[in-house]
Design a protein around this ligand. Sequence first.
Ligand code: MN
Ligand code: MN
Length: 268
Amino acid sequence: MRPTIQLVGLPSDSNSSFERGPALAPAAIRSALWSDRGNLACENGMEVGQDFDLTDRGDLPLRETADDDALIRTAISETLGAGAVPLALGGDHAMTHPVVQAVHAKHGPLTILHFDAHPDLYADFAGNPRSHASPFARIMEGGLARRLVQVGIRTLNRHCREQAARFGVEIVPLADFTPASVPVLEGPLYISIDLDGIDPSEAPGVSHPEPGGLTVREVLAVLRRQSAPVVGADIVELNPRFDHNDRTAILAAKLVRELAALIARNGA
Ligand code: MN
Ligand code: MN
């Protein structure tokens, strides 16, 4: 049976701390993904629909309440129960917590590879423990990950440095960065891509652009080196309001293809 990767749209930005807009992202990513502008080839030689199936659950009817987390957990559990690997399309980064909760419920403690300019480890942000600045604090407190490796971090303040030490988070230094700086991780592997981990010159359509980021080529090289089974993934924080000619949406669509091809290549 061919591997199946299922998109799950999570159009919510109610836990964003600064700008709204990521709720518009799933539609923008789908539009770029299925556009006749490009084809469905992936860099490892696989093709969407030929070597694996890429299905789409559509957008969840999120209502910007705390109930959204339960809705997300249920949908992700159903995707996993059907034998597909969920690839969640944010939305802001807050939803990585309920997505990881559901993946953990099936697979147990995860290894997480997290691309981001920000560590998202705040105990809470402006009083909101569900903030998009806090999902990895919730994940680590909940014992959902046995290992969290962060790549692209360039905004580490004292509080988050203390949180990282407390949780044993591994932050790959950006000084003298090469893709080989990132360890090849054991499974079950979960991959979370906050698009602001990539340099704003390549990914301008985000709420919190931070110069000095990763190149797309570096992100792809880090992904290609990973050989463990990938049991879930997300692409978050696209903000179409700030995009330039859809280039960040087009990038997000490419990352959908590349993540799906990695999931298919690495197998269960
Ligand atoms: Mn970020
Ligand atoms: Mn983030």
